[in-house]
Ligand binder design. Structure first.
Ligand code: HEC
Length: 106
């Protein structure tokens, strides 16, 4: 009974957060480069990123840092493909995006 109450109360909140994150990813142009499910040589898909870091206890901090400061050389682009830095995102927005991406593990 308690569990049911938790499910009923939290599901809509989760769905809302998910939609929020996706809208943010669109607004900040993340989805202009990244696809959720199409992985390419130059840009990793969010599902592949989730697969790679799922279960890593440091992943949230690591990925948050990557989004804020950018990076290169981790994925197949071999240093030619850049993840730009997003200095204009708040910590809260970054956390929302990181959780959204990590939740894509199938
Ligand atoms: C100009 C294209 C571009 C945009 C815009 C972009 N990314 Fe990326 N992103 C990349 C590339 C290319 C990589 C792979 C870099 C590498 O190989 O280290 C990457 C890597 C990542 C990674 C994985 C980092 C790692 O070290 O494994 C995450 C998470 C990520 N991007 C999230 C985002 C988010 C969130 C946004 C929007 C705020 C965003 N990206 C916008 C191109 C982009």
């Amino acid at each position: 009974m308690k569990l049911l109450a938790v499910v009923i109360c939290c599901l809509p909140v989760f769905a809302f957060a998910q939609q929020d994150a996706q809208a943010l990813a669109k607004e900040k142009a993340c989805l202009g480069c990244h696809s959720i499910d199409t992985h390419t040589m130059s840009v990793p898909s969010y599902e592949k990123i989730a697969e790679k870091y799922h279960g890593d206890p440091d992943a949230r901090a690591y990925l948050a840092d990557k989004i804020r400061n950018g990076g290169k050389g981790v994925w197949a682009g071999g240093g030619r493909s850049l993840m730009p830095a997003f200095l204009n995102l708040s910590q809260q927005e970054i956390n929302l995006l990181v959780d959204w991406i990590l939740a894509m593990k199938k």
